[in-house]
Design a protein around this ligand. Structure first.
Ligand SMILES: Cc1ncc(COP(=O)(O)O)c(C=O)c1O
Length: 470
């Protein structure tokens, strides 16, 4: 399927499909097979030599996994994608496809904590260094962090929990001036709102466990190579991609595979050896999810903006970190990169600190208390005591993650029901305050009725204020 004559919704359904010649199945089969039979002696030899591109063993490639790779590569406008078992695995494959001992990465500080740990505690032990840029908007800070051994820039399109959108083009241009590629984690945006490659990023990684799947039923990760970075401009920096390889008859990866050189190395040398192969069943689940991606993301974004706007009007809320709001310092970047919506993962802060966050989180019924994102279900979490508990209070404060901050991943439910559920949290806070004043008979304990919830979805500011008084 070509890329120039179809829209996103069509591509997410049809992209990369290879018709089932054997049976005509409309939905491609799930190839739950560890290995693949060789017709004869010569075919086995040719597959190992790479002169026959059929399958050998699922760790090295599988038709179901390949279907998903083609589709994600198309949606992200990359030249090729590698499907792996999780988002962490995707980043690991991307980093190890580029970096070796003695190399250095410049990363936004706002990245997912698991990724920070990967860089510091895993790659750090292998001799790969990292510096974090505190204010990712400050392009001079990115440039100042560059060293002679810097080999990659890294950031997330929509970091969580602060929804502090990345200036992809600005950071990419800074990376390119330093002669290194920009890797962007596009998990929280997905290619429907933004394709980082079209804004200058060179490699895109995903936790496909999140919005790409949507169902929350299985993990996955993807590395997408934009095919844009010129590895031969400074060949000594990328010796593993540009030096002659015996296995390639003396050619280098770049000579043999051109702008696919990085992906072939990352697939054949990194992923195949480390072995984070996804189950073909999980690949199938992921493909099912991708087929409704744009519909879900539209709904996620609309719901999230409605919830964020409503939260901004609640007296207990001191701030809402959602770049879709005019009040956000990242609103301009959201308008530039994410006109279809700034995602549905964002935070708000309650004035009452951790005690208020506990009361609030323990009061909701529809939102699931979970450390997961991008599910069709709405999720709620307290970063200071969970995802960011490993940071000191001062470090969290520097990042604007206070004790009263609550993270939401807004799902695709009816927004009136979501507001009603969050209303339970505010009602519990108000009840607590009333008890504190020994004011008996406070009426804030009632959850919103179904009628109220529907009304609230269409409410103006005055109506919302009345609801907030309940
Ligand atoms: C932005 C981002 N990237 C990567 C990951 C890791 O993904 P996985 O859990 O699939 O390994 C996460 C997990 O929450 C994430 O939020």
């Amino acid at each position: 399927m070509t890329t120039d004559d179809h829209g996103f919704a069509t591509e997410q359904v049809h992209g990369g499909v290879v018709p089932d010649a054997a049976h005509g199945a409309r939905v491609p089969a799930i190839h739950m097979s560890s290995g693949f039979v060789f017709d004869d002696f010569d075919q086995a030899r040719d597959r190992f030599a790479g002169t026959d591109d059929g399958y050998t063993y699922t760790r090295l490639g599988n038709p179901t996994n390949a279907d998903v790779e083609r589709r994600v590569a198309l949606l992200e406008r990359g030249v090729e994608a590698i499907l792996v078992g999780s988002g962490q695995a995707a980043a690991t494959v991307a980093f190890l496809g580029l970096l070796g001992a003695g190399d250095h990465v410049v990363s936004a500080r706002s990245i997912y904590e698991g990724m920070r740990g990967l860089l510091l505690q895993n790659l750090g032990r292998l001799g790969i260094e990292v510096d974090f840029v505190a204010d990712a908007r400050d392009l001079d800070a990115w440039a100042a962090a560059v060293r002679p051994n810097t080999r990659a820039f890294f950031g997330e399109t929509i970091p969580n929990p602060k929804n502090d959108v990345l200036d992809i083009t600005g950071v990419a241009e800074t990376a390119h001036r330093a002669g290194v590629p920009l890797i962007v984690d596009n998990t929280l945006a997905t290619p429907y709102p933004v394709r980082p490659v079209e804004h200058g990023a060179d490699i895109v990684v995903h936790s496909a466990s999140k919005f790409l799947s949507g169902h929350g039923a299985g993990l996955g990760g993807v590395v997408v190579d934009g095919g844009t970075f010129d590895w031969s401009a400074a060949p000594e920096r990328w010796a593993h991609l540009t030096r002659p390889e015996r296995s390639l008859d003396g050619a280098s990866y770049v000579e043999r595979y051109g702008n696919r050189g990085f992906t072939v190395f990352a697939r054949d040398v990194v992923a195949a050896r480390i072995g984070p192969a996804p189950s073909p069943f999980n690949a199938f689940l992921l493909r099912q999810g991708i087929e409704t991606l744009s519909l879900r993301v539209e709904r996620h974004c609309a719901n999230a903006l409605a919830v964020a706007s409503w939260l901004e009007q609640q007296p207990e809320v001191t701030s809402v970190d959602h770049a879709g709001l005019a009040s956000s310092p990242f609103h301009d970047l959201a308008q530039r990169y994410l006109p279809r919506g700034a995602g549905s993962v964002f935070a708000f802060t309650l004035a009452g600190g951790e005690a208020a966050a506990r009361t609030f989180i323990d009061s909701v019924q529809l939102f699931s208390r979970m450390t997961h994102l991008g599910d069709v279900r709405s999720l709620i979490l307290h970063p200071a005591t969970t995802t960011h508990a490993g940071r000191t209070r001062e470090e969290r404060a520097e990042q604007g993650i206070g004790d009263g901050l609550i993270r939401l991943s807004v799902g695709i439910e009816d927004v009136a029901d979501l507001l009603g559920d969050l209303g339970r949290g505010f009602a519990a806070l108000r009840r607590g305050r009333a008890h504190g004043r020994e004011a008996r008979g406070a009426s804030g304990s009632q959850p919103l009725s179904p009628g109220h919830r529907v009304a609230l979805a269409h409410a103006g500011p005055q109506d919302r204020a009345i609801a907030a008084e309940r």
